[in-house]
Design a protein. Structure first.
Length: 278
């Protein structure tokens, strides 16, 4: 056994485990799990909450010496970035991710090393627009759990292939408006990144036309990936207020990684430092 494998095994054994979800995945088909817990228009409210969709109270703390695109609509929030109420048809009006406005075409960066596991074209009902999903193994991030990050509303489908590895800070897509035009935002849509996070004890997942989910995992507040473990909603909700302040690690436009700590993760946009600010 190699030294890296030994270190990873020790990390998995010593790290706190995710809370046990009522595991009916052996009894339910993937379609049934989707309908019960994850589908944005068909899952029950109790099912959504059971698999993590509840407010956490996490607060992003952005660097004082750099300018980063900032989130304006948060996990499980019932409002858009402009303060208007969300459509109750989707997730009972709760936001399942994090919205970060940025001009169309702004490069989106891989939050961590990982593997592309799914690509989603814009569906007929427009849910989510164009998207890409990256799987992050414990060896990629330094965390004890498997993570999945989903990047939505992209300008166009990235050329990345399923199974292709990406590196932390690598450009993986361009910010766009797909899935947002013709509804609340009008014909022009709304240029932003919708970022989702899933956390799981293993690498099992399901990818359908609309829904993606880790079979034994749950949705999580995307800010949790920058705060560190625990990341599951139930555990994060119990944290004291001072542990819910999340210092954002980032990459500068020159490629320097700042404030990443022990974990190997960064904000999905490059941040401008004084010497590069426009």
């Amino acid at each position: 056994m190699t030294r890296n494998k030994i270190i990873l095994l020790l990390a998995l054994l010593l790290a706190p485990a995710l809370p046990i979800i009522a595991d009916d995945s052996d009894q339910l088909s993937n379609r049934e799990i989707s309908q019960k817990y994850f589908h944005p228009t068909r899952a029950s409210l109790s099912g959504l909450r059971e698999r993590g969709l509840e407010e956490t109270g996490l607060v992003a703390v952005y660097p004082k010496d750099a300018v980063c695109p900032q989130a304006n609509s948060f996990f499980a929030d019932g409002k858009r970035g402009d303060g208007s109420p969300r459509n109750p048809r989707f997730n009972y009006g709760m936001h399942a991710g994090l919205d970060i406005p940025a001009p169309e075409g702004t490069p989106i960066l891989a939050i961590a090393d990982g593997v592309v596991v799914a690509k989603k074209e814009e569906t007929p009902d427009g849910i989510g627009g164009i998207g890409i999903i990256v799987q992050h193994a414990p060896a990629d991030t330094g965390y004890s759990v498997w993570l999945y990050t989903r990047y939505k509303h992209l300008k166009e489908m990235p050329a990345l292939e399923i199974g292709q590895r990406v590196k932390l800070g690598q450009k993986i897509a361009d910010t766009g408006t797909s899935g947002t035009a013709g509804r609340y935002y009008g014909g022009g849509g709304h240029s932003h990144l919708h970022l989702d996070l899933f956390v799981s004890p293993d690498d099992k997942y399901f990818s359908g036309e609309v829904v993606f989910f880790p079979i034994n995992g749950q949705v999580a507040d995307p800010l949790a990936i920058f705060r560190g473990e625990p990341m599951d909603t139930a555990s994060v909700r119990k944290l004291p207020a001072d542990r819910k302040q999340v210092a954002i690690p980032y990459m500068t436009e020159s490629g320097k990684i700042v404030n990443s700590g022990k974990a190997r993760v960064i904000w999905p946009y490059a941040c401008k430092t004084p010497g590069h600010a426009s």
